[in-house]
Design a protein around this ligand. Structure first.
Ligand code: SAM
Ligand code: SF4
Length: 503
């Protein structure tokens, strides 16, 4: 099977819509262009596990015997940053001699890496913990990591006394010490600092996705959006040195990864702490130039810090993917102000115009919250009109969820749940129409696709374009996983494309 040419589309052809999967999640339908089609919260399919073992340089090979708990089970909730944190946590455990198991009952150490961005996500964790009531009798050690750990702190021990470890993401660098304490028989072991300048570096990061390597370049957040727990749960912004980032990218390329995704809650707010003082755009270019790297993605960008230099980098470097995720949250200036988003609608739309006018056709996706306190029908209609104007290629949309420790929690004029639901449904219906129309225009175009999913029985394959659209196609070829192929689009749906193999 030959790989496709690097250029996935004829020059000068008009822009096309992205596509993602649509899924029901915490507050509504999400068009999910940035998640993997095959990704699950906990495990992999058999073929993925096989592929992972083939490609993962660290994998289970590091596991040995000798650690008191010996086996661990780790389940992840939430965003890609959590997914990648879990990879790093697994790396630390494997290096201490633990062995990963896929069944929770088979583990001595059970860890949940949690998300508290919306209430439902946090509730899910407590319902999981409820299932471990007799953990101590069964000889299991239960730990809560991530945002719920940071948010609830010691409270978790009160609500679920069978939990032994509570550790927020800003304390992961302490994980080896905390594990040592647990191994010595410690109960109620905690890591809840947020006042750290350090990022979570580990020598061995186990990668769960065999095709795309995640790499956090900036942790925490210094913005103060009124609805958001992240600055509280993940602490202040800390960037990784550019030389360490580049060295890790080279190691990933040497290990067989051709696609990397740079991560940060506000990835483009990156500030290189090394003497080189690379800008974010310079870092993007440098990562793209690493030998063996063919695709570079980054998420999430904050509109305020999104400059022309990033667009120029995408225009001039083919390895930089044609996709920008630029959360707007609302189309109403009044709501944007109340949310403390630090930009107005027209400032945001100037960034969209910059992207739409780029010399390469860039796919643009966004996040939207409906039903923020005080959002009137008029405000909501401004968000609806922004959808028309921006013509997004994918939207993650959520009902506002009141969160502890956030300024919005006590804001006046809460919107009833039923009304939030109505607005969410209306917004999603409108966006579905926009995406369908954009995707239908792609029919006849050819795209380079990195194949990352398969259903072997009926020769169905799936992959992603540079613009992060999901493309499904049929081929009797035996080994397409991990290959770059050229696919001609034959049909466009709201959330994915169907095509046929060209090469
Ligand atoms: N840093 C990113 C940014 O500035 O847009 C967003 C990170 S946040 C983990 C992902 C998305 O969750 C946000 O863009 C927002 O749409 C949504 N979100 C955050 N807090 C929320 C809340 N309290 N209720 C509903 N949605 C929320
Ligand atoms: Fe949350 Fe705003 Fe920071 Fe994004 S920029 S993580 S929404 S506080």
């Amino acid at each position: 099977m030959g790989a496709a040419n690097a250029s996935n589309r004829r020059r000068g052809t008009p822009w096309r819509g992205p596509t993602g999967r649509t899924e029901e999640k915490e507050g509504g339908l999400k068009t999910a262009p940035t998640r993997e089609p095959h990704e699950t919260a906990g495990g992999d399919t058999k073929w993925q596990a096989e592929e992972k073992n083939r490609r993962d340089p660290f994998g289970e090979l590091r596991a040995g015997a000798g650690a008191p708990f010996a086996t661990f089970y780790l389940e992840t909730f939430g965003c890609q940053m959590n997914v990648h944190d879990s990879e790093k946590v697994a790396g630390v455990l494997l290096s201490r001699g633990y062995q990963r198991v896929e069944r929770v009952e088979a583990a001595r150490l059970v860890l949940y890496n949690t998300c508290s961005i919306r209430e439902k996500a946090a509730q899910k964790v407590f319902s999981r913990l409820g299932g471990h009531r007799g953990a101590a009798d069964a000889g299991q050690i239960i730990g809560v990591l991530g945002c719920v750990a940071q948010q609830e702190g010691e409270e978790i021990f009160e609500r679920a006394p069978w939990v032994s470890l509570v550790c927020g993401s800003a304390s992961y660098r302490k994980l080896p010490e905390l594990l040592a304490e647990l191994e010595r028989g410690g109960r109620r072991v905690m890591g809840l600092d947020t006042d750290t300048d350090e990022t979570f570096e580990t020598e061995m990061t186990r990668r769960d996705n065999p095709f795309r390597a995640y790499l956090t370049i900036i942790e925490g957040c210094d913005k103060a959006c009124a609805y958001c727990v992240v600055p509280y749960t993940r602490g202040p912004e800390r960037s990784r040195r550019s030389d360490l980032v580049l060295a890790e990218v080279q190691r990933l390329a040497d290990a067989g990864y051709s696609e990397v995704q740079l991560l940060g809650q506000t990835v483009n707010s990156y500030k290189d702490p090394s003497e080189r003082r690379m800008t974010f755009a310079e870092l993007l270019v440098a990562v793209s130039e690493v030998r063996g790297i063919r695709r570079v993605r980054f998420t999430t960008s904050h509109p305020r810090d999104f400059g022309r230099d990033i667009v120029e980098a995408i225009e001039s470097v083919p390895a930089l993917c044609e996709h920008v995720h630029l959360p707007v949250q609302s189309g109403s200036n009044k709501v944007l102000r109340a949310m403390q988003r630090t930009y107005a609608r027209d400032e945001y739309m100037e960034k969209i115009a910059m992207l739409r006018e780029a010399r390469r056709p860039v796919s643009v996706t966004t996040d939207i919250i409906v039903g923020f306190p005080g959002e009137t029908e008029e405000d909501f209609q401004e968000t609806m009109s922004l959808l028309d104007e921006a013509q997004y290629d994918g939207v993650f949309s959520f009902k506002y969820s009141p969160r502890p420790n956030t300024p919005a929690l006590h804001m006046a004029d809460p919107i009833p749940e039923e009304e939030k639901g109505r607005r969410l449904a209306a917004l999603q219906e409108k966006q579905r129409g926009i995406q369908t129309a954009r995707n239908e225009k792609l029919v006849g175009e050819s795209f380079e696709v990195l194949v990352d999913g398969a259903a072997r029985r009926n020769s169905q394959w799936a992959g992603r374009t540079s613009g992060n659209r999901v493309v499904n196609f049929t081929s009797t070829e035996e080994r397409l996983l991990g290959e770059y192929v050229l696919v001609r689009i034959t049909r466009g749906g709201p959330n994915s494309l169907v095509g046929e193999l060209v090469s």
